[in-house]
Write a protein that binds this ligand. Structure first.
Ligand SMILES: C[S@@+](CC[C@H](N)C(=O)[O-])C[C@H]1O[C@@H](n2cnc3c(N)ncnc32)[C@H](O)[C@@H]1O
Length: 401
């Protein structure tokens, strides 16, 4: 294929870096293997090692980022063009360059007057500007950091999980109808020691300036008391923890409902509370799936696959979470199911997200689909389905909220 215009585009990119006229670049029309990747945004940042190219990979549920030196960055962009990404937009202070790679590999390059005549001020490395301040009192009180504000060695995974959770929550919030809200009512079901509840509060209230009220609910009285003491000492006025079970707690006026690693069917109780309260956003990371596995009678065609305990366990987990997502859809939510953090940090890393949707749903069709999945595996009962079917939920439209 003719790569002349691709080469020209890449050499303008390299030249702009060498001559300090580079402003930013976007690569789009992604056709590579990653089903979640949408585009790549490139800009400059200042790091300890000097100025670097900051690659922000925009995905449908979250962003990931990497830094490269100029030579490596230019090489990567060259490899991507015409193989993974089929369009590029380069902004320099001299010109804008628009590259489009067609179906047969033919590339067109348009050169236009510059949109930006001056370069933007360099940002510092994003890793240094975490949304959560490691010096926060609550992190010390919860044992994540030392007295001098260093992350304890044993808490590194938890720290990563906290930051990833907050980043994911912020992203989901920005993509939802809640994005312009200045007040928020959030419930965290099965809040445990409150790491994520505190971080969510700190993020919305202190980093985003939103008037958020957060309630954590947990059956463990001593943890609830500890968390309330730390919230008070942190002067987090609208953060409170309540002792009780998710199933019995009356959730009213929820904008966001979270349940992270709530055990077994407590996740179903939490999702149900969110649906019932018409929460705009329901975010759960399930753990210990025990309900479905003993009910499964392996279908004949899968008999020899599911005879292995580990396979049956994974199948049961997938079916449970898949059914939960379908039940959310049946209740008027659009759903996403993804890994929110790498398995090396926690094995309990699947996240189910439901965003209240105004789209019409064919609930009869969904009902049939759910029933046929249950029939296929011989499943008699699923907790969330039972809760939904035995309670009449009045779903509100967006304008009624
Ligand atoms: C594994 S911990 C997770 C804590 C926290 N969400 C996190 O991710 O760090 C699960 C918590 O859920 C609580 N829990 C489990 N079932 C519950 C229920 N039905 N009602 C309220 N809390 C529950 C447990 O007491 C425990 O503190």
């Amino acid at each position: 294929m003719s790569t002349e215009n691709i080469e020209k585009f890449v050499s303008e990119f390299a030249r702009s870096l060498a001559e300090s006229s580079f402003v930013k670049m976007t690569l789009g029309h992604y056709k590579g293997d990653d089903p979640h990747l949408q585009k790549l945004l490139i800009r400059l940042i200042k790091t300890k090692k000097g100025t670097r190219l900051f690659f922000l990979y925009r995905q449908d549920t979250r962003d990931t980022a990497k830094n490269f030196d100029f030579t490596e960055g230019v090489r990567i962009v060259r490899d991507y063009l015409g193989a993974d990404f089929f369009s590029g937009h380069l902004f320099t202070t001299e010109n804008d360059f628009q590259l489009d790679v067609g179906k047969k590999g033919k590339a067109r390059l348009n050169v236009a007057k510059p949109t930006f005549k001056t370069k933007p001020a360099l940002e510092h490395d994003r890793e240094k500007t975490l949304q959560i301040d490691p010096k926060s009192f609550y992190l010390k009180a919860l044992g994540i950091t030392t007295d001098s504000g260093e992350i304890r060695d044993k808490q590194q995974d938890k720290w990563r999980q906290i930051n990833k959770f907050v980043e994911t929550l912020g992203y989901l919030f920005d993509k939802s109808d809640l994005k312009d809200r200045k007040e928020l009512n959030i419930f965290d079901m099965g809040s445990g020691k409150g790491y994520l509840t505190f971080a969510a509060y700190d993020y919305f209230v202190n980093a985003r300036g939103i008037d958020a009220k957060i309630t954590g609910v947990d059956t463990k009285k001593e943890l609830v008391e500890l968390c309330n003491d730390i919230a008070k000492a942190s002067e987090f006025e609208n953060l409170r923890f309540v002792n009780g079970t998710i199933g019995e707690y009356d959730v009213e006026k929820a904008d966001v409902l979270i349940a992270l690693h709530a055990c077994n069917t407590a996740t179903d109780d939490a999702i149900f509370k969110g649906i019932k309260a018409n929460a705009d956003l329901i975010v759960v990371a399930p753990c210990c799936h025990q309900e479905i596995r003993p009910q499964i009678t392996p279908p004949e065609m899968l008999k020899n696959v599911l005879k292995h305990g580990i396979m049956l366990e994974r199948e049961a987990e997938s079916i449970t979470d898949g059914l939960r997502a379908l039940l959310l859809e049946k209740s008027g939510y659009s759903t996403k199911l993804f890994e929110f953090i790498s398995t090396e940090h926690t094995p309990k890393n699947n996240m189910i997200v439901g965003t209240r949707s105004a789209k019409n749903i064919d609930d009869e069709e969904l009902e049939k689909e759910i029933q046929s999945i249950k029939d296929f595996y011989g499943i008699k009962e699923q907790k969330l389905e039972k809760l939904i079917n035995t309670t009449k939920i009045q779903l509100k439209t967006n304008s009624e909220k």
